[in-house]
Design a protein around this ligand. Structure first.
Ligand code: TRP
Length: 335
C-alpha cells in the first residue's frame, strides 16, 4: 500500500490558477489513490504559514478558505486524511529529532531561504534581514511532514522538488548512521496533469501580479475579472493563430473540449470576437464552479463542521505518526 502526501500553505485567496494547477489534480489524485487502496494524505501547512503570516485573524481566515476550498472541490475527508499540521504534535517532536541530523550547510542551499537572501541583496539590505529560523529550517519541518507517515510519494510542483530531496537526504543519513531503515525514503513525482494558467495580463496567474481570476468570487467580481482580460487589436475578421491569443490559453485551461474547439475554429477562421470568447469563458467558469461555490459558501459559514472533519483527520493522522515517531525514538535513544 502506497502513501501519497501533499501539503498546502494557506497563503492567499484561491484563484483559478491554483485550481487547475494544484487543487484539481491533487483531488483527482486522491480519488485515484483511494480507489487503488492506497493512502492519501492532504493537509494545511499552517505552521509553515506562520513564518510569513503573523496576523492571526488573517491566518485563521486563510486557513478556513483553503480547507473549505479543498472540501468544496471534492476532497473526500472520509477516505483522504485531511487535517491541519498544527493539530499533529508528533510532527514537531520529529522535527526536533531531524534537526540534529540536518547539516546547516544543507539549509544554506535551500531555495526558499536563498530566494529571500537574494531579494535582500538586491535591495541592498543585510543578507538575513527579515529571515526567521522558521523560514531557514523550513525544509526540516517539511521533512517531518513527509517522514512521519512513511510516505512513499510526494506529488510536487517544480518549486518543491528540492524540499523532498532534502527530506530524503535527512532520512538517508539517519538510516545510514544507525545502519537500518529507521525512516522511509520518500520520492517526489512532478504532477503531470497540472497546468499553468496565465493571468488576465498574460503572465502566470499569481496574486503578486494582481492578475487573478478568483475561484469563488461573486458573479460580478468574476465577470469583471474576465472582462478585464487583455486582448490585442487584431480585427474581428482577421484569421488568428490561437496560440498567440491569451483568451484561448485561459479558456483551454477551464472549458470543455468542444468549447475550446469552437473558439479555436472561430479564431482561425476569423469572425469570432473577443467579447464572444469572454462570454464563453465566463460560462465555462460558471459551469466549472457554481456548484462548488455553493458548497464553499456553506463550509465557510458552517466552519464548525469543517473543523470537526479536520479534527477527525488529525486524530487519524496521529494514529499513524505516533508509532513512526516511537520507532525513531527507540532507535536514537536505544530504548
Ligand atoms: N512547502 C509546500 C508549499 O509551499 C507546502 C508543504 C509543507 C508541503 N509541507 C509539505 C508539500 C509536505 C508537500 C509535502 O507549497
Amino acid at each position: 500500500m502506497k502513501t501519497i502526501l501533499t501539503g498546502v500553505k494557506p497563503t492567499g485567496t484561491v484563484h483559478f490558477g491554483n485550481y487547475v494547477g494544484a487543487i484539481r489534480p491533487a483531488i483527482q489524485l486522491g480519488h485515484d489513490i483511494n480507489a487503488k487502496g492506497g493512502r492519501h494524505i492532504m493537509f494545511v501547512a499552517d505552521y509553515h504559514a506562520i513564518n510569513a503570516i503573523k496576523d492571526a485573524p488573517l491566518l485563521k481566515q486563510l486557513t478556513k478558505e483553503i480547507a473549505s476550498t479543498y472540501l468544496a472541490c471534492g476532497l473526500d475527508p472520509k477516505h483522504s486524511l485531511f487535517y491541519k499540521q498544527s493539530d499533529v504534535p508528533e510532527l514537531f517532536e520529529l522535527t526536533t529529532i531531524l534537526m540534529a541530523y540536518t547539516p546547516k550547510g544543507l539549509m544554506n542551499k535551500s531555495h526558499a531561504y536563498k530566494a529571500q537572501v537574494d531579494k535582500n541583496m538586491a535591495k541592498g539590505e543585510p543578507n538575513d534581514a527579515g529571515i526567521n529560523m522558521g523560514l531557514y529550517t523550513y525544509p526540516v519541518l517539511m521533512a517531518a511532514d513527509i517522514l512521519a507517515y512513511d510516505t512513499d510519494i510526494v506529488p510536487v510542483g517544480k518549486d518543491q522538488i528540492q524540499h523532498v530531496e532534502i527530506a530524503a537526504d535527512i532520512a538517508g543519513s539517519i538510516n545510514a548512521h544507525y545502519k537500518k531503515e529507521v525512516l522511509k525514503i520518500p520520492e517526489y513525482v512532478v504532477q503531470v496533469n497540472s497546468q499553468v494558467l496565465p493571468g488576465t495580463d498574460g503572465q502566470k496567474m499569481s496574486k503578486s501580479y494582481n492578475n487573478v481570476i478568483p475561484l469563488f468570487a461573486d458573479d460580478n467580481v468574476l465577470k469583471k475579472a474576465v472582462m478585464g482580460i487583455k486582448t490585442d487589436c487584431q480585427g474581428l475578421n482577421d484569421k488568428k493563430n490561437p496560440e498567440d491569443i491569451l483568451l484561448y490559453h485561459i479558456i483551454k485551461g477551464v472549458a470543455k473540449d468542444d468549447v475550446v474547439q469552437t473558439v479555436k475554429d472561430g479564431l482561425e477562421q476569423g469572425g469570432m470576437g473577443y467579447g464572444d470568447i469572454k462570454k464563453m469563458l465566463l460560462n465555462a467558469l460558471h459551469e466549472e464552479i457554481d456548484e462548488k461555490r455553493e458548497k464553499y459558501n456553506y463550509y465557510m459559514t458552517h466552519f464548525d463542521e469543517v473543523e470537526d472533519m479536520l479534527q477527525d483527520g488529525a486524530k487519524r493522522a496521529r494514529d499513524i505518526a505516533a508509532p513512526v515517531l516511537n520507532r525513531v525514538k527507540d532507535v536514537i535513544f536505544n530504548r
